[in-house]
Design a protein around this ligand. Structure first.
Ligand SMILES: [Zn+2]
Ligand SMILES: [Zn+2]
Length: 367
């Protein structure tokens, strides 16, 4: 193969910065990476060519030598490469730190051979305050990935199994020579699997995984609170190569209620009452999450008075008992007074003034 100019290979100008060179290489490497082009010899070639160009242009010292003396200068240089015949192996040095996070290699390469537990999935579940109070069964739609049944997760068409990787001879590791040292590294062609898929499974496109949507019924217990996580074992992502499935977490979110509030395990309700009800007392029936509840207002109740009804709050999720139902009296000043009402209030004021003997000071003026 005729040696192409390294700048041409990466499609960059001769005066490009190292950052631009790195960027150009990354794009080419992602495009031609063997994982994305299984069985495509041309892509593999382009990938190697780009990697080789980058191994020189990405290194300031080597780039300087290359600029002055060309490829022969590098061959004759005693620095860095030593034996140039190892060049094709060493093109991948520096590869891991550029692409490592993208393809997930480096370190955990051995894992891709064996079985792995599926990932956990979290799903937010919106419920009303009433549903949180009483508990409810909800059906969740869960989108997850599972093993491809057609290829049994191998990624290869049935009957056409993956072939041993030529780059690493099936070991999943390549050796990279740095001067006198030789370092074992995850094989960049097969990502450590030791095998290369030549005939990708048509169902999963070689991934060994397929998406699926499941409808799962979840019993949300009475008393759940915002942010509670319910674990549904085994309903997360499917395991890899026989590994067990991950878990599904239903994360509870409770919608605001316009009548009721929650304070820990207490249920809070603000009850609007009139002046007359506050003064004379009353019995009021209100709709609650458990049916009707009779609220007894004692005569001469003050505004913001708190009535506590024991044991009618939220169930305690992790133990015995329940919180309380708390009713806060909210005395409303009447508006749109009729003539009659005004007359009665005037009479009331006269009685009040007489009762207090001395007239009420208009202290409000000072505030
Ligand atoms: Zn390999
Ligand atoms: Zn498949």
């Amino acid at each position: 193969m005729a040696q192409r100019d390294y700048y041409e290979v990466l499609g960059v100008q001769r005066d490009s910065t190292t950052t631009d060179i790195k960027k150009a290489y990354r794009q080419l490497a992602l495009k031609y990476h063997p994982d994305r082009n299984p069985g495509d010899a041309e892509a593999e070639n382009n990938f190697k060519e780009a990697s080789e160009a980058y191994s020189v242009l990405g290194d300031e010292e080597k780039r300087r030598i290359y600029d002055r003396y060309g490829i022969d200068g590098l061959r004759n240089s005693s620095r860095g490469f030593g034996d140039f015949s190892n060049f094709s192996d060493s093109v991948f040095s520096g590869f891991e730190d550029i692409l490592g996070s993208f393809f997930g290699f480096g370190g955990g390469g051995g894992q891709s051979r064996g079985s792995r537990r599926g990932r956990d999935i979290g799903i937010e579940v919106n419920i009303t305050l009433e549903e949180a109070y009483n508990g409810i069964e909800k059906e969740l739609e869960v989108k997850r990935e599972k093993n491809c049944d057609i290829c049994d997760g191998s990624g290869s068409e049935p009957g056409r199994p993956a072939e041993p990787c030529r780059q690493c001879g099936g070991t999943g590791q390549t050796r990279v020579t740095h001067g006198f040292f030789s370092i074992a590294q995850t094989c960049p062609v097969c990502s450590g699997a030791g095998k290369v898929i030549r005939h990708p499974c048509e169902t999963c496109h070689g991934k060994g995984r397929v998406p699926e949507t499941r409808h799962i019924k979840v019993n949300i217990p009475a008393g759940v609170d915002k942010g509670n996580r319910l674990r549904i074992t085994g309903e997360g992502e499917g395991g890899v190569k026989g590994g067990r499935s991950g878990d599904l977490y239903a994360i509870i979110n409770i919608e605001e209620d316009n009548k009721y509030k929650r304070d820990s395990s207490d249920l809070i309700y603000e009850l609007d009452i009139t002046f007359a009800q506050a003064a004379l007392g009353d019995e009021i029936k209100i709709d609650t999450f458990w049916g009707h509840e009779k609220i007894k207002i004692h005569p001469e109740s003050q505004n913001r008075k708190i009535l506590r009804i024991k044991g009618k709050g939220f169930k305690n999720l992790n133990g015995w008992g329940k919180g309380d139902f708390i009713v806060i009296l909210n005395v409303i000043t009447p508006t749109n007074l009729s003539k009659k009402e005004k007359e009665l209030f005037r009479q009331l004021r006269e009685i009040e003034q007489e009762k207090h003997k001395e007239p009420v000071k208009e202290s409000s003026r000072f505030f």
